[in-house]
Design a protein around this ligand. Structure first.
Ligand code: UD1
Length: 416
C-alpha cells in the first residue's frame, strides 16, 4: 500500500518556492470553457485535482497540452456538456462547472459532487443562486441535469458567502444578458483571481475583493494568457510546519498580503517572521506559545483549510489552546491520529481543546482528506522517530510535491 515515510524530529532548514494556487486554478479551469478559443495558463499547479479537471475538460472536447510550464487549452469546439462521472464524483470542484457549462452550452449534467469528507457540503446555495439567473434543475438518480436557455442578470444576495456558489454565479453571470449584482459574495482571494482572469479574457466584473460584485454579461470572450497566483494555504502549511518542528525556512513566492490572519497567529505563537518582497523567512525553536482561542472564519479570517495544520502545530505548544471550527462540521478527523502520536486533544462538538505536550512520537497514520493529511505530514516532521502516512493520494490532491519540498528543508522523507 502506498505511504509516505518521514523521519521527524530535526529542525527544518532551507528554501521552498510556493506552488500555484489550487483553489484559484480550479475555478479558472472551469472558466476557460466560456471562451470559444485558446487560453494559456502559467503557474498552474500539477496536482491531482487539476489533472482530474483537465480530464473533464477533454471530455467536453477541449484540446489540452502542456508546453513546458504553460498549460494550453483550446475550447473552440465543445461536443459534450456532461461532466465525466468518474472524475466528477472524485472532486467537489466539479460543481463549479455548472455555471460555465450553462454560460457556454446552455445545458449541463454533473454527477453529485465528491471531494474531501469534511462535512455534508450541500449545494443548495449554488442551485438557488443559479435559478435566479434563469437556470432550471432536474435531479436524476446519478446526477443533476441543468438547463438555462437565456441566462439573465439580476440582483441577488447569498444567504452565506459560499466560495463555490460565488464562483458559480460569477461564471454564469459573466456570459448572461445584462447586469448581475451579487451581494454577500465570498471575499476569498481566489475569487478575486477568478475575476481578474475573466476580465483578462473580456469579462466585465467590478467590485473584485469586496462582498458586492457587479458583473456585466458579455457575448464574447477573447484569447488570454494568465499567471495563477501562489497558494496561500500551501504557504501557511509550511509556515506552521516550521513553527512546530523548529528551524529556519525561507519561503519564496509567498502571497504575503493574503496571509494576514495566519501571520497574526504565528505572531501570537511567538514565531519570528521576516517578510521581504514575496518572501517570508520563518525562524522557530519549536514548542510555540499556545493560542487562547481561535475561530475559523471566511476570509479575511483564519482559513478553515489551515485549521488542521494549526491543530497539529498547537499540539506541541506550551500551554492549552482552543480552536473552534465554524465553516465545516467534520474537520477534526485527524485528532484520533494525532492522539496516537502522543497529542492531548479533546473535541466537543465544533471545539477542540489542545493541551500542548513536550513531544510527539512517530506512528503509522492514515490521511482521510487533503488538509488533514497535510497536517499529519506536519506532525510527522515535528515528531521524534519515523512516521508512515498511508493514503498519501489525498495530500497529492493539493500539494504538488510535498516530498520534494520537505527534502529541500532537510527532512528525511520517501514514498513507496
Ligand atoms: C472552498 C474551497 C475549500 C475551502 C472552502 C472555505 C475550493 C475548491 N475549495 O470550498 O478549500 O475550505 O471554500 O473557504 O475553492 N454550504 C452550504 N450550501 C452550499 C454551499 C456551501 O451549506 O450550497 C456550506 C458548506 O457545507 C460549508 C460552508 O458552506 O459548511 C462553506 O462552503 P463553501 O464556502 O461553499 O466552500 P467550498 O466552495 O466547498
Amino acid at each position: 500500500m502506498e505511504y509516505l515515510e518521514i523521519e521527524g524530529g530535526n529542525p527544518l532548514c532551507g528554501e521552498v518556492r510556493i506552488q500555484g494556487s489550487k483553489n484559484a486554478a480550479l475555478p479558472i479551469l472551469s472558466a476557460v470553457i466560456l471562451h470559444r478559443g485558446t487560453t494559456i495558463l502559467r503557474n498552474c499547479p500539477k496536482i491531482i485535482d487539476v489533472l482530474y479537471m483537465l480530464e473533464i475538460l477533454k471530455g467536453f472536447g477541449c484540446l489540452v497540452s502542456w508546453e513546458g510550464e504553460a498549460l494550453v487549452i483550446d475550447a473552440s469546439s465543445l461536443k459534450d456538456c456532461r461532466v465525466a462521472e468518474c472524475y466528477g464524483r472524485q472532486m467537489r470542484s466539479s460543481i463549479m462547472l455548472l455555471g460555465s457549462l450553462l454560460g457556454r452550452m446552455r445545458e449541463a449534467f454533473v454527477s453529485y459532487p465528491g471531494g474531501c469528507v469534511i462535512g455534508a457540503r450541500p449545494i443548495d446555495i449554488h442551485l438557488e443562486a443559479l435559478e435566479k439567473l434563469g437556470a432550471a434543475f432536474l435531479e436524476e438518480p446519478c446526477g443533476l441535469r441543468a438547463v438555462c436557455e437565456k441566462p439573465a442578470g439580476i440582483a441577488l444576495r447569498l444567504p452565506f458567502p459560499s466560495v463555490g456558489a460565488t464562483e458559480n454565479v460569477i461564471l454564469l453571470a459573466a456570459a448572461a444578458e445584462g447586469t448581475t449584482v451579487l451581494e454577500n459574495a465570498a471575499r476569498e482571494p481566489e475569487i478575486g483571481e477568478l475575476c481578474r482572469f475573466l476580465n483578462s479574457m473580456g469579462a466585465k466584473i467590478r467590485g473584485t475583493g469586496t462582498n458586492r460584485l457587479v458583473i456585466d454579461g458579455v457575448k464574447e470572450f477573447h484569447d488570454t494568457e494568465f499567471t495563477i497566483m501562489p497558494d496561500r494555504i500551501v504557504a501557511g502549511t509550511y509556515m506552521l510546519m516550521t513553527a512546530a518542528a523548529g528551524g529556519d525556512v525561507l519561503l519564496r513566492e509567498v502571497p504575503l498580503e493574503q496571509l494576514g490572519s495566519v501571520r497574526d497567529v504565528l505572531e501570537q505563537m511567538g514565531i519570528k517572521q521576516e517578510a521581504g518582497e514575496g518572501m517570508l523567512r520563518i525562524q522557530s525553536k519549536g514548542h510555540p506559545k499556545s493560542i487562547p482561542k481561535l475561530m475559523t472564519r471566511p476570509y479575511p479570517g483564519f482559513p478553515t483549510d489551515l485549521q488542521s495544520p494549526l491543530l497539529a502545530a498547537l499540539s506541541l505548544a506550551k500551554g492549552t489552546s482552543i480552536i473552534e471550527e465554524t465553516i465545516f462540521e467534520a474537520r477534526f478527523k485527524i485528532v484520533e491520529e494525532l492522539c496516537r502520536m502522543g497529542a492531548e486533544i479533546r473535541v466537543e462538538g465544533q471545539t477542540a481543546e489542545i493541551r500542548g505536550v513536550k513531544g510527539l512520537r512517530g506512528a503509522e497514520l492514515t490521511a482521510r482528506e487533503l488538509r488533514g493529511g497535510a497536517a499529519l505530514v506536519l506532525a510527522a516532521a515535528a515528531a521524534e522517530g519515523i512516521s508512515r502516512i498511508y493514503q498519501y493520494h489525498y495530500i497529492a490532491r493539493g500539494y504538488e510535491n510535498i516530498i520534494r519540498d520537505l527534502q529541500s528543508l532537510g527532512s528525511v522523507v520517501k514514498s513507496t
